[in-house]
Design a protein around this ligand. Structure first.
Ligand code: ZN
Length: 153
């Protein structure tokens, strides 16, 4: 697509979306490093140096011990499928052009649980516990979303 270039490992945008859309986050000061990293094809999680816990979504304090001694860590990108739902109807843009799609919750190898989409997988092959790896889908110049696909055999 003219004017948009993607980092290696980042898929280009799907069909262009015009008008309002309901699938994009609004980065703030706390989350901006996360969204800068996804543009580079990296998935960041939070790591607490007080208790050692890993967390997602990243926040400026630890959700286990409330310490503010938290930093960023690049996740391995490996995960397993915890649960999923195939979404056949969603009237909010841009989803009508994307159904059916897989809304999923995955367990990152580092521990945190994450809401995402599973892509590049026939629905009948979805299975709880299946191995997944992160991949990235560019949505706009600013936002690239982490999504998951079956781990390459
Ligand atoms: Zn902690």
């Amino acid at each position: 697509m003219p004017g948009i270039s993607s980092a290696p490992g980042v898929s280009p945008p799907l069909a262009p979306v015009t008008g309002p859309r309901f699938d994009l986050p609004t980065p703030d000061d706390a989350s901006r490093p996360f969204w800068e990293a996804t543009r580079e094809g990296k998935l960041l999680i939070g790591r607490c140096s007080a208790c050692g816990g890993a967390h997602y979504y990243p926040r400026p304090f630890c959700p286990y011990c409330w310490s503010d001694q938290v930093g960023w860590e690049e996740a391995s990108g490996r995960a397993t499928l915890y649960t999923w739902s195939v979404v056949y109807q969603n009237d909010l843009p841009p989803f009508p052009g994307r159904v059916p799609y897989v809304a999923a919750v995955v367990d990152l190898d580092e521990g945190p649980r994450m809401m995402t989409n599973v892509v590049d997988c026939p629905f009948e092959q979805l299975a709880i516990g299946m191995a997944l790896e992160v991949t990235f889908r560019q949505e706009t110049d600013e936002i690239t979303l982490p999504v998951f696909r079956p781990t390459a055999a």
